[in-house]
Design a binder for this molecule. Structure first.
Ligand SMILES: C[S@@+](CC[C@H](N)C(=O)[O-])C[C@H]1O[C@@H](n2cnc3c(N)ncnc32)[C@H](O)[C@@H]1O
Length: 239
């Protein structure tokens, strides 16, 4: 689809190349450069901000499940966060793609205690109770009806709350990322999928509608933008 034909009032019906069959080497290069973008654009900040501000420490280790963990960089960042604060955590990274899970495991330091699992989240039965479900750049891979299903899944499985970290759909970041990813010489999959991810993502009204469809009231969730181009949905369950 030509770039000027995109209508940012609606989620684009486009496919990402990482969702199509590719070799483990191609996926590794794509996920590595995605992790670079995450670092350069401070993508971990919204979740760490929420973890610091909102999460009450449970008596047992805090079990965090990262859905669509990809390269695992987000969970490794949380492991550093927990170590620095002396917070006991059990961390599980879940991804549909077994190659992503293998790459996340091989990229982690030997000292890491993160567990990696490969499954479709909707078919996944957690081995032990989950306190928090988190995801980053995951929900835009789903159709609206699946996002609502994911919201219901998190409501059912997360004891304390959940946090969605995804992109904000708008024309300017779409075009900026298109140019930036080329100039920075990022992997061809990222050059394609990065801007497409923005076009497939959300605006606050989408989240209000989908949260409402999942039975959540406005006061149950916090929808907040973070520069650059992130839109997050946070849910802290009353204890
Ligand atoms: C764009 S990557 C995000 C990686 C990482 N979280 C990040 O922020 O860079 C999205 C990941 O979601 C995974 N995924 C897609 N559908 C899934 C599902 N139904 N269950 C679990 N993982 C899924 C894909 O395999 C992919 O690795």
């Amino acid at each position: 689809m030509p770039h000027n034909a995109l209508d940012f009032r609606h989620r684009a019906q486009l496919t990402e190349r990482m969702d199509e069959p590719c070799s483990r080497e191609q996926l590794r290069a794509c996920l590595r450069d995605l992790a670079r973008l995450n670092r350069w654009f401070m993508a971990y900040r919204p979740l760490l901000h929420w973890l610091n501000a909102v999460v009450p420490p449970p008596k047992e280790p805090l079990h965090i499940l990262d859905v669509g963990c990809g390269y695992g960089d987000g969970l490794r960042r949380i492991e550093q966060w927990a170590t620095a604060r002396g917070i006991a955590v059990d961390l599980t990274g879940l991804d549909l793609n077994p190659d992503a899970v293998a790459i996340a495991a091989e990229t982690s330091p030997a000292t890491s205690r993160i567990l990696w699992a490969s499954a479709d989240v909707f078919a996944y039965t957690p081995a032990k109770p989950i306190h928090l479900v988190i995801s980053s750049l995951f929900t835009h891979h789903l159709a609206d009806a699946e996002v609502i299903r994911f919201l219901l899944w998190m409501e059912q499985h997360a004891r304390l709350g959940w946090f969605i970290n995804d992109l904000s759909r708008a024309a300017i970041p779409y075009h900026l990322l298109r140019v930036f990813s080329r100039v920075a010489g990022l992997d061809p999959l990222v050059q394609h999928d990065g801007p497409v991810s923005i076009a497939r993502s959300f605006v606050p009204g989408d989240w209000q509608r989908m949260c409402g469809a999942a039975g959540l009231r406005d006061q149950d969730v916090r929808i907040r933008g973070f520069a650059p181009a992130r839109l997050c949905v946070a849910r802290s369950k009353p204890q």
